[in-house]
Design a binder for this molecule. Structure first.
Ligand code: PEP
Ligand code: MG
Length: 594
């Protein structure tokens, strides 16, 4: 549909969830509004109501089995596991026994009771502080909606005419899967995160996706033209013909670029003048492993183990953890896998929610683990057992003083003794690393380096603590500046002092995966980049296209600048003028300024 001349172009920011650029008309995907009313059932109708419930459960299972088979055929067994998880919810005997019982004794209608019983769990999970649990709550919600739809015998729209950009408040993994049978150009949602099942699926399906776009539906009408940029995490509503043209051009460039990237897969991340760095991936779920292999990662620079705690009321046992760590280490061997010990607290999952005034300045990361030595020892033994493969390293988060590192190492020693006594193999020389994400740790980086094998800079937290800007607070997001002179100078100091102390220095915060920062980080002397798997080939391409000597020059120049704007412009200019062959993803704000 052509865009009316009067319509103004609106750019909305979201979270990039699957790479690619698409242009097309918006299709508002809405599930039929489900109104669930409470009804009394006459004693004579109870049996029929129970049958109706059984029928809906049965139909839901059949639908999901079909989706599972379709996903297996299209994406392979490992990606399709998502739907096995939903099927398992439908097999939950305790949940449904309680609904059946209540139909019998309270004589209320099945959809009301299904809604009530499932809502109890859903509310708990959806209100969790951590993103992971909130996203897993969506699985439960999807299953509940499916059951209610089947009880109410509604049909789901899944056939669309022509090529469309699917726009929704929220999209479940099953919705994304079923809709993908049409010509879907892109997905955009108002809620959701980059680690949701739906995002994982979209990446596997290679459909550009942006999630977490606030006020999307308010701004974007059904049928209106929209550009979805899954690299930048941007949605442009009512684009002008000039913007569409620029986007089409960038899309073509990106496609050519992507083709050249595939050739880079097995090549090292090495500069033109021979400086080799490690280019690893950040991973949260084992489902991502095939994608990480395809992207040509040198290893895993950050495995966020908190995902193992999703929906759990107790910490997983040593054995359960070992199985997961061993699976990842085995899949990546002989490439290194850095397993970070539980970083709970702050905005992340806590098994026993403790109310704190200032959770980000509170009981978080290593602090909790040192206060819970038994939990810590279980995890340390599990990691050590996986280290028998010879490619595992261990990393401690949220360290703010050297005593914490020494205590953690002492406990690691104890875990080793316990394994020795049990006659279980592990890597005696397992490398130990510390995350530098608290300014205090940055200042004592040299001392920390003498205690460990490596430091890994966590810019997500480091920037928020250094600039006093909450990383999740929209109101002050303008002040969250990666290229703030204080950040850049701090990075130089950490890298220099860390190396002087004998450690190698990497970065696993989001800045490592910002293409605009790559040359600067190389120039500052970073040894390892651990990035989101989607962006990894682009970063490799940049590293392989530059000279370390030029990167150093840029870093020296940037260190003398005194505003974030000046630094951002300098790094963007370096990208543009020195490497015009790279159709790199510069932020729109930069393009608007230039
Ligand atoms: C960081 O803080 O940069 C980091 C990588 O850790 P997380 O985002 O898990 O806090
Ligand atoms: Mg952190």
């Amino acid at each position: 549909m052509p865009t009316p001349a009067s319509a103004t172009e609106i750019v909305l920011k979201g979270i990039p969830a699957a790479p690619g650029i698409a242009v097309g008309p918006a299709y508002h995907f809405r599930r039929t509004e489900q109104t669930v009313e409470e009804r009394r059932i006459a004693p004579a109708d109870v049996d029929a109501e129970l049958l109706r419930l059984e029928g809906a459960i049965d139909r839901s299972k059949k639908e999901l089995a079909k989706i599972l088979a379709f996903a297996e055929q299209k994406l392979g067994a490992s990606q399709a596991k998502i739907f096995e998880a939903q099927l398992l919810i439908l097999e939950d005997i305790v949940l449904f026994e309680s609904v059946f019982k209540r139909v019998r004794y309270e004589r209320k209608n099945a959809e009301f009771l299904i809604h009530e019983e499932m809502e109890k769990y859903h509310r708990l999970m959806a209100n969790a502080r951590d993103e992971y649990t909130r996203e897993r709550a969506m699985d439960l919600e999807e299953v509940r909606n499916r059951l209610i739809r089947n009880l109410q015998e509604q049909k789901l729209v899944s056939r669309l005419e022509g090529a469309q950009v699917i726009v929704a408040h929220q999209l479940g993994a099953a919705d994304a899967m079923i809709l993908s049978r049409n010509n879907v150009l892109a997905y955009v949602t108002e809620v959701g995160g980059a680690t949701s099942h739906m995002a994982l699926l979209a990446r596997a399906l290679q459909i550009p996706t942006v999630v977490g776009v606030h006020n999307l539906i308010h701004h974007l009408g059904h049928g209106e033209q929209v550009i979805v940029d899954g690299f930048r995490g941007e949605v442009i509503i009512n684009p002008t013909s000039a913007t569409i043209e620029a986007c089409e051009r960038r899309r073509r460039e990106m496609m050519t670029f992507e083709q050249t990237l595939a050739e880079l897969r097995d090549l090292p991340a090495q500069t033109l003048d021979g400086r080799r760095v490690t280019l690893a991936a950040n991973v949260e779920l084992s489902e991502e492993l095939p994608f990480i292999h395809r992207q040509g990662a040198d290893g895993i620079g950050l495995y966020r183990t908190e995902t193992l705690l999703i929906g759990k009321e107790v910490f997983p046992t040593e054995e359960q953890q070992f199985r997961q760590y061993d699976l990842i280490a085995g899949s990546m061997a002989p490439k290194q896998v850095i397993i970070r010990t539980f970083d709970i607290g702050g905005d992340k999952l806590m098994t026993q929610q403790t109310k704190e005034q200032n959770p980000f300045l509170g009981w978080r990361g290593i602090r909790i683990m040192l206060d819970k030595p038994q939990v810590f020892l279980d995890q340390l033994r599990a990691i050590l057992r996986a280290s028998a493969r010879g490619n595992v390293a261990i990393m401690f988060p949220m360290v703010s003083n050297i005593k914490e590192v020494r205590l953690a190492k002492q406990l690691l020693g104890q875990a080793k003794d316990e394994l020795r006594a049990r006659g279980i193999a592990f890597d005696e020389q397992i490398p130990i690393g510390v995350m530098v994400e608290v300014p205090a740790a940055a200042i004592i980086a040299g001392d920390l380096a003498r205690e460990v094998t490596f430091l890994s800079i966590g810019t997500n937290d480091l920037i928020q603590y250094l600039l006093a800007v909450d990383r999740g607070n929209d109101i002050v997001s303008d002040l969250y500046q990666e290229f703030h002179p204080a950040v850049v100078r701090f990075l130089r100091r950490i890298i220099e002092r860390g190396k002087e102390g004998g450690a190698w220095v990497g970065m696993c915060g989001e800045m490592a995966g910002d293409p605009l920062a790559t040359i600067l980080l190389l120039g500052l002397g970073l040894d390892e980049f651990s990035v989101a798997p989607t962006i990894l080939p682009e970063i490799k391409k940049i590293i392989r296209s530059v000279r370390l000597s030029d990167a150093k020059q840029l870093a020296d120049h940037v260190l003398s600048l005194d505003t974030e704007d000046a630094i951002r412009t300098a790094v963007a200019d370096a990208m543009r003028t020195k490497f015009p062959e790279i159709p790199i993803i510069l932020p729109t704000t930069y393009e608007a300024r230039s």
